[in-house]
Structure formats: C-alpha cells, structure tokens
Design a protein around this ligand. Structure first.
Ligand code: FDA
Length: 520
C-alpha cells in the first residue's frame, strides 16, 4: 500500500509524548526486522504475498500502558488498529485487510503472554498473547488432572480464539473456551483498563464469543479450569474404501451426539493428492475418526462396542496418555514427543500451503446419497487437498442456552462441519481454482445443513458470507445477514453493546459488529 510518511511520524511523536522509551517496541517498514516480525505469525500463507496489504507499522506492547498510548494516538491520527494475538485469523484480518488503501497498524500482543495457574481455585489468569500450547503446558506443569476446554492446535492465540468461541476435544463435556471465562482485563476505546466488575455484564457477555477487534482489546482472560482424569484414551481409525467410509459416516451421525459426554468421536473425510509424490496423480480419499475418551482403555472398549460397534475398535488402536499430551497427539506429533513441544511457536499446521475454510451445522443426518455426492465432489480434478472436518456436538453443548454467550450453536446440532481446501501453488489463478472448488462443495452441502440462517462458526471466518466495507465501515442491515449466521439471535444484543461501548466504531474490520449509528 502507499502511505505518506505523515500519519506515521505524527503517530510516533504522539507515542513519544506519552512515553519516551516507546520507540523500541515500534517496528516501521524501514526496520530490518519488520518483515520477519510480520510473517512470524501469519498462519495462512494466502495472505503472505507481495500483493497483500501491509500495516504501516507493528507495535509490540510490553505493558498495558503501551496499549493505552497506542489507542489514544491511533484515534488522534486516524490510524486503524488490527489486534493480533496468535495470527490464525482465516482471512488474515489481524494483520491485513481487503482494502489496499487502508492505513492501519498491527498491535501485536506476542510480548503479553504471562500465565498464572491457581490450582486450589481451579482458575488461571492468562494474557491474550499466550498460545493454547503455552496455556496447556502451564496447566500441566501444576497438575495432571486439570485442563482447559479450548482448541486443538498449539499455536492458536488466546486473544482471537476465545473472542470467537474456541472449541476442542472437551466440548461435549465442558462446552467451549468462551463458556469457561470468569473474568477479563480489557482496554476500551477510551484507554480505560476494565475488569468484569467495571466493564459490566453486557460487555463481559459480548467479549466471550462476539468476535475480536470489535469491543476493545482483551489483555487477559481469567479461565475456569476443568478436571480431567490423569489418563485419557485416544484412537484414530481410518478407512479408504469408499463404501466403508460412507457407511461409517452415515452410522456415525446417528450416534455421536448421544454418546456419554466423556467420549467425543470427531471425523474427517479428506482427499489427499500430495501424500504420494511418487505417483503424481495418485489420490486417496480417507475417512478418519479421531477420538478422546476421558478414562482408560478398559472403559472405552465396551462403550464403543455398545454404541458404535460398526467401527470395530480394537485395543491395539488405542493409546493412553495425559490430557496435555493428547493435544500433541491430535496435532500429529510423534507419540514420544516431550510436553515442551507445546511451547514451540514456530510449528505450522499447513507448511507453505494456503488455505480457505467455511463452516456449517448439521441438524438432521445426511442420507447415504448425500455422502456419495460428497465423495464425487472430492474426486473432482484439481483439488490438491480438501474435504470436510466434523466435530460432534451434544452433551454439555446442548445444555447451555443459546443466549448464554454470543456463540449460539447449541441444542439441535448433531455436528459442526468445516469445509476446507489447501494448496501450494502461487498466484491468483491457482487460488481461484481451489476457492471455486470449495465454494462448489459448500453449495452442494446446502440441502443438508442449517437454514434461515445458514449458521457458521465465527472463528472459521469466511468473508464469502458477507462483510463490512473495506475499511470496516459497517452497516447494520448488511451486517445482520452474516451476523445472524455467526450469532443467530444474539446479533442484536451485540450491536447494542457495540453501540454503547464504541459508538464511533473505532475498533473495526471487515467482519466486526457495527454500532447502530451506522444505520443508513
Ligand atoms: P488472530 O490474532 O488472527 O485474531 C483473530 C481475530 O481476533 C482478529 O480479528 C483479531 O484482530 C482479533 N483479536 C486477536 N487478539 C485479540 C485481542 N487480544 N483482543 C481483541 N481482539 C483480538 N478454532 C477452534 O475453535 N478450535 C480449533 O481447534 C482450532 N484450530 C485451528 C488451527 C489452525 C491451524 C488455525 C489456523 C485455526 C484454528 N482455529 C481453531 C480457529 C481459531 O480459533 C481462530 O482463527 C482464532 O480467531 C485465532 O485466534 P488468534 O489469536 O490465533 O488469531
């Protein structure tokens, strides 16, 4: 993007006026480490090209007063703020924008990642720049029988993840991450530092799932930890024969949401044409079932025999470990990996592959013929890797009311679907091919998924379902369409909270909740 030096110089002068030592945490484009800092937590290489709009500068606060100064000076000099914690935003909105002319800075919370676990009260204060892996490691260091019910990839940041919900292998037993937040520290648009008592219950409700970069900057969360047994059991079962895969999926849908909540069986069906580089055109469609059971093998085998015998689970397919290690198992680490692997911020889920995800919710089992069509879609030429990743609901998820927090996908859902495509080729043309394929798969799913609204998961951000203007200028009526997909009937309350706490819409992006004053 083209930017005059003016806003940046005035902004820096403003910062220095508030704190003379602040320049050491500001990285401009002229700084030799600007690019590596920017790229170090770009988690979707789709938004790491020379054409991707870049920030004017990156600001890496070391203390809360730095955040207050950044907000004050950004407002004064009309520079938009994009907050980044872990950088996993599916559409890259924490470090980029669809609007090439936008002047913005990245407020990167990487240095604010302290975690304090308090075993007696079963709580932890964790700063937003910490990763899930750092949180799980800190909990495991204190206790083998405590855990936190959040996502399954270690480098995901607590800031964005909890702001959008956050689910993982414990969702059937304990709900999602945002359900288990009991307090928070937030800096609002006026630069005030608020906790639950001072922000009030409306704002505290909104930040637990109503989307990031909207209501303020979350500096820390107070988390309610949950008890887990010292040993849990995991298994992965895969099938490549089409009829077997389809049969199992069909059966899976009829049992998964009704299993005891100590057991979750997730599933995926993925076409993989890169797994076998020797035979360039060899593709396999693999149906897999991944499971976590909160107990030992002795308890799991009879339960699976009774509830899902078709899978034919045998004890040699199962492995026992601590809950913290199960995160490494799901992330694909070798079985003997040390727990310290959870702290590695350099691991990448997709390598150099770019990706796009979309999401859906299934309330009625998909018929066999529906699955046959999915398999046909997966076989379409040109798709490098893609497919469906399914997370089963029921259990605790069905007990929590839809209005409890902004995340509304509760009773009545059998499972959540993520439609994904991954590719390594560069360029717009290649990307368009994969994006079109994915949109075709999404179109195909229409009759089988939720309607009015077609629900979607806010943390699998998808700008195809609608967005604000390029600079984040929102319009209530337009936003209502994508907003009700993410938040259902909670959308209007989110708009009311936004209107109360940030009426001028300072915190915004292409999919932030607009204030009501933006009704035009
Ligand atoms: P990032 O820093 O990009 O932030 C995301 C959004 O929140 C942006 O709009 C950002 O501005 C805003 N934001 C960030 N920090 C903030 C703060 N402190 N205060 C206010 N706003 C803030 N999801 C899931 O539920 N379960 C899972 O297992 C996984 N696994 C997974 C794996 C991989 C490889 C990816 C790429 C993504 C996932 N996700 C997931 C999705 C993930 O939950 C989602 O992308 C989160 O928003 C990521 O949070 P980060 O802080 O990492 O992202």
């Amino acid at each position: 993007g083209v930017t005059s030096s003016q806003p940046y110089e005035e902004f820096l002068q403003c910062l220095e006026f508030h704190d003379s030592n602040i320049t050491s945490i500001v990285y401009t484009r002229a700084n030799s480490s600007f690019s590596s800092l920017l790229e170090s937590s770009i988690r979707n290489p789709r938004f790491d090209t020379s054409a991707t709009p870049k920030p004017l500068l990156i600001f890496t606060p070391r203390q809360i007063s730095h955040i207050e100064s950044a907000i004050r000076c950004s407002r004064a000099h009309r520079i938009q703020i994009r907050v980044r914690s872990g950088g996993h935003d599916y559409e890259g909105l924490s470090y980029s924008t669809i609007s090439p002319s936008l002047t913005f800075l990245v407020l990167d919370l990487r240095n604010l990642r302290a975690i304090q676990v308090d075993v007696p009260s079963k709580t932890a204060w964790a700063q937003a720049g910490a990763t899930l892996g750092e949180l799980y490691y800190a909990i495991a260091a204190e206790s083998r029988t405590l855990a936190f019910p959040a996502g399954m990839w270690p480098t995901v940041g607590l800031g964005g993840h909890i702001s959008g919900g956050g689910y993982g292998s414990l969702l059937r037993k304990h709900g999602i991450a945002a359900d288990n937040v009991v307090d928070a520290q937030v800096v609002d648009v006026e630069g005030r530092i608020l906790d639950r008592a001072s922000m009030g219950e409306d704002l505290f409700w909104a930040i637990r799932g109503g989307g990031g970069n909207t209501f303020g900057i979350v500096v820390a969360w107070k988390l309610s930890l949950v008890s887990v047994p010292p040993t849990v059991t995991l298994f992965t079962a895969s099938r490549t024969a089409q009829h077997k895969g389809i049969e199992l999926f069909h059966r899976w849908q009829h049992v998964v949401d009704k299993l005891p909540d100590d057991l979750i069986v997730m599933a995926s069906v993925v076409l993989n044409s890169v797994a076998n580089p020797v035979q360039a055109n060899a593709t396999t469609i693999q149906a897999s079932f991944n499971s976590l059971y909160l107990g030992g093998i002795e308890g799991l085998i009879p339960m699976m025999d009774a509830k899902f015998p078709d899978l034919g689970l045998r004890r040699e397919n199962c492995v026992e470990m601590s809950w913290a290690k199960s995160i490494l198992y799901f992330a694909g680490f070798p079985l003997n990996s040390p727990l310290e692997s959870l702290l590695d911020r350099t691991i990448s889920a997709t390598g150099s592959a770019k990706f796009k995800g979309k999401s859906d919710y299934v309330k009625e089992p998909i018929p066999i013929s529906g699955f046959e069509g999915i398999w046909e879609k997966l076989k379409e030429v040109g798709v490098q890797t893609g497919g469906l990743i399914l997370a089963s609901y029921g259990g605790k998820m069905s007990e929590i009311p839809e209005s409890s927090i902004p995340f509304p996908h509760r009773a009545g859902n059998i499972y959540q679907v993520e439609e994904v495509a991954f590719w390594v080729e560069d360029g717009v043309e290649a990307a368009d091919g994969y994006l079109n394929w994915l949109r075709g798969l999404y179109e195909y799913m229409t009759p089988y998924v939720s309607k009015n609204p077609r629900e979607a998961y806010a943390n699998y951000r998808d700008l195809d379902i609608g967005r604000n203007g390029g600079g984040g200028e929102g319009d209530y009526r337009r936003a209502r369409s994508w907003g009700s997909s993410y938040y259902k009937n909670n959308f209007d309350r989110l708009v009311r909270v936004k209107t109360a706490v940030d009426p001028a819409n300072f915190f915004r992006n292409e999919q932030s909740i607009p204030p009501l004053s933006s009704w035009r």
